[in-house]
Write a protein that binds this ligand. Structure first.
Ligand SMILES: Nc1ncnc2c1ncn2[C@@H]1O[C@H](COP(=O)(O)OP(=O)(O)OP(=O)(O)O)[C@@H](O)[C@H]1O
Ligand SMILES: [Mg+2]
Length: 493
């Protein structure tokens, strides 16, 4: 009999260890296992609420929260309360003759009780809960040996509980950080141009083909590289982002390929490079147009052969890495002027993703602005209702050479500096609010100059209305058919 109990005891411990990763599961487990390992009729678990310093029952069944509040006990109240208050185990062989016995607690457990044993659960000596058992399952009164077993189990249970709680809070924080990051990397936009770019990412994500993302500064190249990785079968492995323009050649080489111990003066240990770190995943070579000719040769070799050597290494290392590169430079021009190797260019340019500038997706400006306001107002704890109509007009008419990043910065500045609940013209940087002066070209006929103006004016108006001809015609106060005729005559695409 006693041996069986020992076997049960160790099984119980194994169960606890296995449940540590899931707090709720562990709490339920504790109650079931305490009953089993002590051979008691029933058991319950009470936890100390740090805020109120009260004890509450952890109920293994039904909807917890409501019931828990109902069964809150003050420290010192009832037998479990006494144990929590005095931080000592307690065995009461006959509850009816013990003044500490509280019928209120008995009712909550729903058992007619003869004997009770309670042991404190401690974290660094402090009581964090109480484990209690009621009677033996053979109907006998609990004895000293049951008490000892309960205390031994409680010590282990407390350790498991502390672990589970810290695990739980780390997991929670991890989830929060992940969702913050996901929000930060979320691609916002509803325009046909951005939808097409997202659709293209979906298509290329499935293959391993090297992808070159081009687009002006601040158009979201890094964001789209992340999207391709996230949509790809490699998403559970690493995405390694390397800014090729940020490091001088020798350092970049060490970062990318790693080195053996003693490969150069300060190489006092072996180091794994980023290509190795990205094995099974994706490497994003940002600012690829900034690399030196020598580095281009080295990159070409990795792309061609999928193998490389650590600096100072004798044996080649094979990796399975998907390469995405990005640049805001015109690589074709750089190839023509021999600044960029043609062979590397073709290796990179297997799939090309060209991101639209903000000018080409002006209909996204309101939604981008709104999201940036919400994000930053949240970070800064400010309440902002939105953008005034004239400020929105200015945002929509501006040409945004710095694209989304510039818009993001302008909104950030407005949220920080503005004092009203609405972002107005005054809160925007001057370059955005200044009316662009029309470039005048002398030497044209009046008709040509007028046509130029008309064309420009209609293009911008169409952009402003997200390409919608009906709304544009209404804004210009002309017939929709006349607008269509102008579009044709002026050769507007
Ligand atoms: N579609 C989008 N939705 C939301 N935010 C975006 C979008 N595109 C870009 N951003 C934001 O704009 C900023 C610039 O994006 P990113 O760094 O990806 O641009 P880039 O093309 O790599 O620019 P650069 O060539 O200057 O390095 C980032 O803060 C990014 O979060
Ligand atoms: Mg970038």
């Amino acid at each position: 009999m006693n041996n069986d109990r020992n076997v049960e005891f160790f099984r119980g411990i194994a169960d606890l260890i296995n449940s540590v990763a899931d707090l709720d599961n562990l709490l339920n487990m504790l109650i079931v296992t305490a009953t089993r390992v002590t051979g008691a009729r029933a058991s319950s678990l009470l936890l100390v609420d740090k805020k109120t310093d009260n004890l509450y029952f952890h109920i293994a069944i039904g909807d917890k929260t409501e019931k828990i509040k109902q069964f809150a006990l003050k420290k010192g109240e009832g037998i479990a309360g006494w144990v929590a208050k005095h931080n000592k185990p307690l065995l009461v062989k006959d509850v009816n003759s013990d003044p500490r016995w509280s019928p209120k607690v008995s009712a909550s457990v729903g058992f007619e009780t003869k004997s009770i044993a309670c042991a404190p659960l401690r974290d660094a000596g402090e009581v964090i809960g109480v484990l209690e058992i009621i009677d033996r399952d053979d109907g006998e009164t609990l004895r000293e040996e049951d008490m000892e077993r309960l205390q031994a189990f409680s010590d282990l249970a407390a350790a498991a509980l502390v672990k589970a709680r810290s695990f739980n809070s780390v997991e929670k924080r991890k989830k929060e950080l992940q969702s913050e990051l996901a929000e930060k990397h979320r691609i916002i936009g509803d325009s046909p141009a951005i939808k097409k770019a997202i659709e293209d990412c979906r298509k290329v994500a499935g293959s391993k083909a090297t992808t070159l993302i081009t687009g002006d500064s601040g158009t979201g190249k890094e964001l789209f590289a992340r999207l391709i990785h996230e949509l790809s079968p490699r998403k559970d492995n690493s995405l390694i982002v390397v800014n090729c323009g940020a490091l001088p050649e020798t350092l970049l080489e060490r970062e990318l390929f790693g080195h053996e111990k003693g490969a150069f003066t300060d190489a006092d240990s072996q180091k794994i490079g980023l290509f190795e770190a990205a094995d099974g995943g994706t490497i994003f070579l940002d600012e690829i147009g900034e690399t030196t000719q020598a580095m281009q040769v080295k990159l070409l070799r990795v792309l061609q052969e999928e193998v490389f050597f650590r600096i100072g290494g004798q044996s080649s290392i094979k990796v399975d890495v998907r390469v995405i590169a990005a640049t805001n430079k015109n690589l074709e021009e750089m190839v023509a002027s021999h600044e960029f190797r043609e062979d590397l260019y073709y290796r990179l340019n297997v799939i090309r993703l060209k991101l639209p500038s903000l000018k080409e997706r002006k209909s996204d400006i309101p939604i981008l602005t709104e999201r940036f306001i919400r994000r930053m107002a949240g970070d800064l704890n400010r309440s902002i209702k939105g953008v005034t109509p004239d400020a929105m007009n200015a945002l929509k008419s501006y040409s945004w050479p710095g694209n989304i990043r510039q818009l993001e910065n302008a909104v950030e500045r407005a949220v920080i500096m503005g004092d009203s609940e609405w972002i107005g013209l005054d809160d925007l940087p001057p370059e955005i609010t200044e009316v662009a002066t029309q470039e005048i070209q002398v030497g044209l006929t009046l008709k040509e100059a007028q046509d130029n103006f008309k064309k420009n004016f209609i293009v911008q108006s169409l952009e402003f209305q997200g390409g919608n001809k009906t709304r544009t015609a209404k804004m210009l106060d002309i017939q929709r058919t006349y607008l269509s005729r102008l579009i044709k005559e002026l050769e507007i695409e």
